[in-house]
Structure formats: structure tokens, C-alpha cells
Ligand binder design. Sequence first.
Ligand code: F6R
Length: 254
Amino acid sequence: MLIKRFERKEELACHAAELILNEVAERPDAVLGLATGSTPIGIYEKMVERYRRGGISFRNVTTFNLDEYVGLPATHEQSYARYMIGQLFGHTDFDPTRTHIPNGMAADLTAECAAYDALLRKHPVDLQLLGLGHNGHIGFNEPDHALIGGTHVVDLKPATRAANARFFNNPSEVPTQAITMGIGSILKAKAILLVVTGADKADIVRESLAGPITTACPASLLQTHANVTVLLDRDAGRKLTDVIDNELLAHNQC
Ligand code: F6R
């Protein structure tokens, strides 16, 4: 696991975008696993900026988002489908027929999960972008006694609903369930890029990357993957200074 810590989260975003863009430059038909939430916003901004400067195309890239709320139509302003259009897809040349997000409105959610897994088997993910929840969740794989490998419906923990309430008008509007890629599917990605910012995540960063491997902290399973890069800002990495290889990297090409 390669862990890099950046002085500012803008530098982290720049570096993360560069890693993703390098993947696309090397492999124009790359398969990217994408995340939502607040952490990737700066990364997607940098990707859009870079696209606008020219010389890079996403039209042959296939994407799979990690998750989607159950019960929110794609048009809902807090759906992850809408987020992806607002942050990335709507400003670039991603081909909508190649961008995949679980359908949280599917009449048969079990069939939707199976269909998502079938697509993932057909298009193995080259590079998976991940954020980290305060309780160690990745995707919406919440801490539990056991974790599920494939795409599934999950009951969101009260802490996760509370953390995401900031995006909704009223906390009661936060859906109680989501569809998420499972831990097994996430770990099948050839390479994983975990990005974490903020002092409020310093403890869970330490627990995930330097603590025991346990289903009580789903992100700790990333320790079992052979190709993980972790990008932290100064605050998120402040409890990991004993294990970080590159202390406060400045990124000059921002
Ligand atoms: C989102 C996702 C979640 C978030 C996590 C952190 O697609 O899969 O695991 O990455 O909840 O969210 P933020 O970045 O908002 O702190």
C-alpha cells in the first residue's frame, strides 16, 4: 500500500485526477470505478478542467459507480446519478451508454443487483476510486459481523444517514437503504485509489490502514489488496505519521 500525504486537499485532488487521467491516457477504453460524496468533487473538477484544455477523451471509458440510494429517481437532486452528471459526466464526453450506476428505483432490486454484477464481470474495473466513511465504510458496505461480496441492498446505519443529512433539506429525507457494490467486487479492481480528507477522519484512517483487518471496519480489508494507493490531506493523515512514506508532498503542477 502506497500512502501519500498532501499539505492541501487541492494538491490531493490534483494528484488523484492525474492518476485517473494517466490511466485513461494509457488505456482509452479503461474501466473506472467511481465514487460520489464530497471527497471526489475536487478530483472531478480537475478532470473537467483537464478535459476542457483538450487532448483527453473519455468517450471509450466505461464507468461503474459504487452505489445509489434506494427510492430516489435519477432526476432527484441528491441521487448519485444526478451528482455524476453535475460533477463529471455532464461536462465531459463520457458516453452515457458506458456509464453505469445502480438503479435505486428498480422494481426488482435483487435482479438489479445481479444485473450490475453481471456487467462488472464483463467489464473488470481497472481503477477503483474510493472515499471513506467515518465508520470505515467503503461504497455503502457498512461495518457488520459479515460482509457481502457482490452488489446488494444495504440498510444504511444511522451514523451514515446523519453524515449525509447535510445534503438533504430534512434529515428524514435521507433514504434508509442503498444499493452498493460489495466488498468482493471492490477488491477485484486491478488498482484502488482511496482518497480521504479532513481531521474528522484521522481516527478512521488509522484504524483502516494500520489497524486489524476486520469486518467491523470494512476499509481495513483494503490492506489485503496488492495495489492500493491512498491519498490523504494533512489533517486526515495526522495520526498516521509513523507509517507514511511521503510526508506532505507538494504537488507543483496544480
Ligand atoms: C459514495 C461512497 C461513500 C463515500 C463516503 C465518504 O459513493 O461510496 O463510501 O465515499 O461516505 O463520503 P464523503 O466523501 O462525503 O465524506
